[in-house]
Write a protein that binds this ligand. Structure first.
Ligand code: PMP
Length: 291
């Protein structure tokens, strides 16, 4: 991945992709003092760019550091990088981390570095294929109590249990894992929020110990616009047998139907299909959508 062509925006400059390097004694690497975002560009426009950069700032504040570029500067850098990279459909990855000036848990004066990379990460969009749904395992690790970890921050450190859980699921042939929270309630997948359908009503866990995803909020709005009732509440895993449809939402995942979670089965149908298509229409710039 570090040998691709193109440019990366790195601390205010556009550098060659292969030259965007950091030192092995980077604090962010040793102590996970890093936050990031994930966005997608559609038809040459980055969907909800400003919301993502605002969340990047907020994530850093929760970890106790300030990103030295404003939201507007990060927006402008992302837009220019997308142009320079020459993509209209792409994935956008901003990241900010404490640098290598001092070693040790405390790193009050280390430089805050920021980079943005943009590459082509295929949006999986053969609707018929996607509607078959993906298979999820149930993870062993649970999302931590908000008193244990800064769960409102999109902090790199919180992804340690996600990578372990996703690898364990993949080793068993699943696409991903559904994670419970510290109370045993359904939380989310390793990089996406989760929704269920019962009798035409949409149910989704209350985001009180995991990210209230930007896609999650968009899809709730789209569903309500369609006249669906959306209920945010505690969902216990035993309840999964009562739901007919299930889907994930995320900037990378978009709306992804789910067909299995451990012993539970779902049949992606009208609600999945409607919201997949509505999300698709929503993310494209108006002019492009009209063509
Ligand atoms: N939960 C986790 C753990 C994630 O990594 C993501 C992706 N950022 C989401 C939820 C969905 O967030 P969003 O819709 O803002 O991409």
């Amino acid at each position: 991945f570090d040998q691709m062509e193109g440019q990366i925006w790195f601390n205010g400059e556009f550098v060659d992709w292969r030259d965007a390097k950091i030192h092995v004694l980077t604090h962010g690497l040793h102590y996970a003092s890093a936050v990031f975002e994930g966005e997608r560009a559609y038809g040459g426009r980055i969907f909800k760019l400003t919301e993502h950069n605002r969340r990047l700032h907020r994530s850093a504040e929760i970890l106790g550091f300030k990103i030295p570029y404003s939201v507007e500067e990060l927006d402008a850098a992302s837009i220019e990088l997308l142009e320079r990279q020459g993509f209209s459909e792409a994935y956008v990855r901003p990241v900010a981390w404490r640098g290598s000036e001092m070693m040790g848990v405390s790193a009050q004066h280390n430089r805050i570095n920021v980079a943005i990379a943009i590459w082509q990460w295929g949006s999986y969009f053969n609707p018929a294929e996607k509607l078959k749904g993906i298979r999820l395992d149930i993870a062993e690790y649970r999302r931590p109590d908000p008193r244990t970890a800064p769960c409102e921050s999109k902090a790199a450190g919180l992804y340690m249990i996600c990578t372990i859980s996703k690898h364990a699921a993949e080793a068993k042939g699943y696409a991903d894992a559904m994670m419970l929270d510290y109370r045993g309630q359904v939380a989310e997948a390793t990089g996406a929020n989760i929704f269920f359908v019962k009798d035409g009503v949409i149910h989704t866990p209350t985001p009180d110990c995991f990210l209230n995803g930007i896609t999650r909020q968009t899809v709730i709005e789209l569903a309500r616009r369609r006249g669906y009732q959306v209920v945010e509440r505690a969902i216990m895993p035993e309840e999964l047998s009562t739901f007919s449809e299930c889907f994930l939402t995320g900037s990378a995942a978009e709306v992804t139907p789910v067909s299995e979670i451990g012993p539970y089965r779902f049949t992606p149908s009208t609600v999945c299909e409607t919201l997949m298509n509505d999300y698709r229409k929503e993310v494209y710039p108006v002019a492009a959508a009209a063509e």
